[in-house]
Design a protein around this ligand. Structure first.
Ligand SMILES: [Zn+2]
Length: 412
């Protein structure tokens, strides 16, 4: 305690002469004989302000391109917590109606506030500094934006856009995306699902045979394609996710190798969603490897939400991966047509309330039969069927990057 009092006393003693000295400054400059000193000081201040402004202008391009060079995990802290982080344990479909505003959100970064330019032209000494500034300041942001696109974009349009099934979404009409999972291994049901009226989103298991042929048929029928990536469930002994699944016991390079194997099984997909995965989708290091890869390859992610506290969608958004989450499973009771119809009504209710809904079903006979009847009906009643790519959220932190890609693609 004593040393604290000592410190306070020392500070007080030091402050007295300092304040006295400060209060003498205005009197010094107001004296007529010191007017030249006043003008000289003003000129000096203006020169420093001008030089600071010039340095700031030169530094701007480097500052804008920095986030692009690190399109991966770097923008994590800048993401919008409202969009990207659902409360743990709460399924997304329980969210408030305001979520419509979150669809395809692209938030351009506001330009940094310009510093005050040297406004006083009275002091001639400022002129040499301002003359050294770039001649045409307004042209600079445009040229740095072009540089941004050239550096960050290997292709005209990322695959999640280039492979998307085009759809027009009339304002005010509720939008529904129906995803059929687990396609591929069972050929008969897969072909029946492909025959449904679309556009649907078809998620194929990567270990199935004949995938180029089956997925080609699905795409030709107007459906959007996804890879249904097997991930470790909690009860691995009783729920086998299949060969090449992503497991929490793998090393991170093994996770990436298995993902890349799956991504090479067929072409024309917009992204992936998880098959099972109640264990893997809460394992952040593994998810980070997956999302980094998807980010680099320009693919989207749909979180099947096989567990309430899945981290997958928020991790995807934090890596700048366009993402969405499943709202409703159609056929948890897959042998009960009445239960499936009940789920379809819930999809409609949610789409009416919130503007959009994403449902996942499987190629079970009762599901396919219900969908064959419901799909034409629901469209006749004013609902718009859309592929999943129409309902992903773009990460606000990477919004300028996604927007740059879109603008680039739209121009060609
Ligand atoms: Zn599945």
């Amino acid at each position: 305690m004593r040393w604290e009092r000592e410190l306070i006393r020392a500070a007080r003693e030091a402050a007295v002469p300092a304040s006295r000295w400060l209060s003498s400054i205005p009197a010094f400059f107001l004296a007529p004989r010191n007017r030249m000193a006043l003008l000289g000081t003003l000129a000096l201040v203006l020169m420093i302000a001008g030089a600071t402004w010039a340095i700031w202008r030169l530094a701007v391009p480097g500052r804008e391109s920095a986030p692009v060079a690190m399109a991966g995990p770097a923008p994590v802290p800048a993401q919008d917590p409202v969009l990207a982080v659902p409360p743990p344990g709460v399924p997304r479909h329980a969210e408030e109606p305001g979520e419509t505003a979150g669809v395809a959100v692209i938030v351009p970064e506001p330009p940094p506030a310009p510093p005050a330019p040297p406004s006083d032209q009275g002091a001639g000494t400022v002129l040499p500094v301002t003359a050294g500034l770039p001649p045409d300041p307004p042209a600079e942001p445009a040229s740095s934006a072009e540089g941004l696109a050239a550096v960050a974009l290997p292709a005209a349009s990322p695959p999640w856009k280039a492979n998307a099934v085009p759809v027009s979404l009339p304002a005010g009409q509720p939008v529904i995306a129906i995803v059929i999972d687990d396609l591929g291994p069972t050929r008969g049901p897969t072909l029946k699902a492909i025959a449904l009226p679309g556009p649907l989103t078809m998620a194929f298991l990567p270990y199935a045979d004949d995938l180029p042929n089956l997925t080609g048929k699905a795409r030709a029928a107007g459906h959007e394609l996804m890879i249904h990536l097997p991930m470790e469930p909690i009860d691995l002994r009783h729920n086998n996710p299949g060969p090449q699944a992503l497991l929490t016991t793998l090393t991170l390079p093994e996770v990436r190798a298995r993902l890349d194997w799956a991504l090479g099984r067929f072409e024309g997909y917009v992204g992936i969603n998880n098959h099972m995965g109640s264990a893997f989708s809460t394992w952040e290091p593994g998810l980070a490897v997956v999302m980094q890869d998807l980010s680099e390859k320009g693919l989207l992610f749909l979180d099947s939400r096989t567990i309430g506290n899945s981290e997958a969608e928020s991790t995807a958004l934090s890596f700048g991966v366009p993402a969405a989450g499943r709202d409703i499973f159609l056929d948890n009771e897959f042998e009960d047509p009445a239960a499936i119809w009940g789920q379809l009504r819930q999809v409609e209710q949610l789409a009416l309330k919130r503007g959009h809904a994403i449902a996942i079903g499987h190629p079970h006979p009762a599901t396919l039969q219900a969908l064959a009847q419901w799909l034409p009906e629901v469209q006749a009643r004013g609902f718009v069927l859309a592929p999943v790519s129409a309902l992903v959220k773009a990460d606000p932190a990477a919004g300028h990057l996604v927007q740059a890609k879109g603008a680039d693609g739209d121009l060609r």
